[in-house]
Design a protein around this ligand. Structure first.
Ligand code: O2Y
Ligand code: MN
Length: 604
């Protein structure tokens, strides 16, 4: 092998060893150390255009933006091939795929052997969080994908500055990523989206803080700073070091008097976190600004409160459904300097996706097929994405890069519940809030016969992202609550998705959710009135500001309704869900379930 390399920009011997060993295994044609410069970013885009991976969009419509189509076999995260390879199986818990690290690494080493032949090995030093922030963490991603380099430029802080902060420390997450598609020679014509359609492994080694990913070039599988580092590995780091790594948006809420509170919210994937993080309140005088739309890292500050940073620097947003009504700020964020993946291509060289605007009369869809509105097919893939710099968001908060983070006053949990779950409830304590998060669930649709009304549990929206035993994760939440005492954020559970008997939404959602945020804001100061129910406190009659909103009084009543009998039918499902965690389920959570049952029995 003759490997050439750009000048090494590190004196860190552990980092150099990591790169040397990975290069010896993957056998790239050359090695390139990313400096994070704008010139480098442009070079990546140009390289992708030259190789046929990407094409430029019309610069008059989308300045400096590219369009990429992935291989149809590589379009989303692959949970079935995602592993938490802790030394002991029980440490991965019942919600993760597990294999022994030595066995898994042996499999991966075979796949990695020569997998970068004919390609460049890129070394990406990245910081999750503002560089040098006491809450931020450093990682090194080695990849053979210029698409990954370009996306990491947007999604994280990358380059030489990160190496300066790292110095000679060995405290960095080691990530290896390969698309798994070697070339015979560096000049051999490449396919537009190299991947290994039949072998995909997204593997995590929590004890050694390593990530080895193979076969996919897409999103969460390949941009290792995001789900793999900032959630799966970071959740383990957070447990060990006494902080929290959560699948949460962070927003800044300002009331008409100019008082500010920061709110974090955990909803399952594709349940509207980006929309809430950037929403335009309909309530006069209220303002929402964005800190982050997907991940929150929270640490105790000197005053004993929980401070959160957004470890990311961009949005990897779902395109379909995003439009100037549902989320104008996301649309503006992706107006330029953005990467669009698996959207549809218009005849005038722009991107389109379902529900963006009235459909053009002719396009080329994400699979390069001719598309017309009557063809009966979707034009964009349902998981089509835009990668956009957070700094381009019109409502990005001025504090979004504050290295100290922002103090969190409230945490919201939520899922999609057509029935049973009120619009909003407040937990009675941190422990009760932890119970609400642990029992977080969405209703299954009719996709599988007989599953309507059955709950799919996704505790704290972390089911695919918790890097260790979820029972222990619940325990970590409880321990954080004990440590933070009355300085911990107040916990709420929201449900924008309740329907009436005729299947009609009871709540308009979007900007009207500001009414719920107002109640949350005021509850944090003990101001708004609440009514106790067996499951938590709901807004007292008249406490939710519905001024100017056209919602029937009967619908409003239905939205707040807590039906003890309906809830008693849910209890066995929660019990079954909790039983999965065996003796690692904290006893406080079984006690909360028993207490809830008692309250419901008394109320029925
Ligand atoms: O399909 C992917 O690889 C992306 S998944 C994703 C991207 C941005 C934010 N959240 C998610 C998620 O699955 O929660
Ligand atoms: Mn997410």
């Amino acid at each position: 092998m003759t490997t050439t390399a750009t000048a090494t920009t590190t004196t860190n011997s552990k980092l150099q060893k990591f790169v040397d060993e990975t290069a010896a295994m993957c056998k790239p044609h050359n090695i390139y150390w990313c400096d994070g410069s704008p010139v480098e970013y442009q070079a990546m885009l140009n390289a992708m255009v030259r190789s046929g991976t990407a094409q430029w969009l019309d610069p008059a419509k989308r300045p400096n933006s590219i369009f990429v189509r992935s291989d149809p076999a590589d379009v989303a995260r692959v949970e079935e091939f995602t592993f938490i390879a802790s030394e002991k199986q029980e440490d991965a818990g019942p919600t993760n795929n597990w294999k022994s690290p030595s066995e898994l690494k042996a499999t991966l080493r075979k796949l990695y052997d020569g997998c970068m032949a004919g390609r460049t090995l890129y070394v990406i030093p990245y910081s999750m969080g503002p560089i040098g922030s006491p809450i931020a963490k450093i990682g090194i991603e080695i990849t053979d994908s210029p698409y990954v380099v370009a996306n990491m430029h947007i999604m994280a802080r990358v380059g030489s500055k990160v190496l300066e902060v790292l110095g000679d420390s060995e405290d960095f997450v080691r990530g290896i990523h390969s698309v798994g598609h070697p070339l015979k020679t560096p000049t051999q014509a490449d396919v537009p989206w190299p991947c290994d359609a039949h072998n995909k492994y997204i593997t995590h080694y929590p004890e050694t803080r390593e990530i080895w990913s193979y076969g996919s070039g897409y999103g969460g599988n390949a941009l290792l700073g995001k789900k793999c580092h900032a959630l799966r590995i970071a959740s383990v780091q957070a447990r060990d070091e006494g902080w929290m790594a959560e699948h949460m948006l962070i927003l800044k809420l300002t009331n008409p008097q100019g008082t500010v509170k920061f709110v974090a919210a955990a909803f399952p994937s594709a349940c509207g976190k980006t929309n809430l993080a950037m929403m335009t309140p309909t309530l006069k005088g209220w303002k929402v600004e964005t800190i982050g739309d997907d991940i929150a890292w929270m640490k105790f500050g000197p005053d004993g409160r929980l401070y959160a940073i957004n470890p990311e620097a961009g949005f990897f947003g779902v395109a379909p459904g995003t439009n100037y009504t549902s989320n104008p700020n996301a649309m503006e964020s992706a107006k330029q300097n953005s990467i669009f993946t698996n959207c549809s291509l218009t005849d005038d060289n722009n991107v389109w996706w379902e529900d963006m605007s009235p459909a053009p009369s002719h396009m080329t869809d994400w699979l390069r097929r001719e598309w017309t509105p009557d063809c009966g097919r979707k034009a964009a893939h349902p998981n089509a994405r835009f990668t956009a710099p957070a700094r381009q968001c019109p409502v990005i908060a001025k504090e979004w890069e504050d290295p100290r983070g922002v103090p969190i006053s409230a945490i919201l949990f939520g899922g999609r519940r057509a029935s049973t779950q009120p619009l909003v409830i407040q937990s009675t304590s941190w422990q009760h809030g932890t119970f609400l998060g642990a029992a977080m669930a969405s209703e299954m649709t009719a996709a599988a016969a007989g599953t309507v009304g059955k709950l799919r549990f996704d505790p704290m929206a972390m089911l695919p992202f918790c890097g260790y035993h979820m029972g222990e994760y619940f325990n970590h939440w409880l321990k954080m609550g004990v440590k933070g005492g009355d300085k911990m954020p107040k916990i709420f559970y929201v449900n924008w998705f309740r329907k009436n008997d005729q299947g009609k939404w009871l709540w308009p959602g979007f900007g009207e959710n500001s009414r719920v945020l107002k109640w949350v804001f005021e509850r944090c100061d003990g101001n708004a009135a609440a009514k106790e129910t067996p499951i938590g406190s709901v807004p007292a009659d008249g406490a939710l500001d519905v001024s100017g909103l056209k919602v029937d009084a009967a619908d409003l009543k239905e939205l707040m309704k807590v039906d003890a009998k309906e809830w008693l039918a849910v209890v066995p499902q929660i019990a079954e869900h909790f039983a999965k965690f065996g003796n690692k389920l904290p006893k406080q959570l079984s006690e909360e379930l028993a207490a809830l049952t008692k309250r419901l029995e008394a109320a029925k």
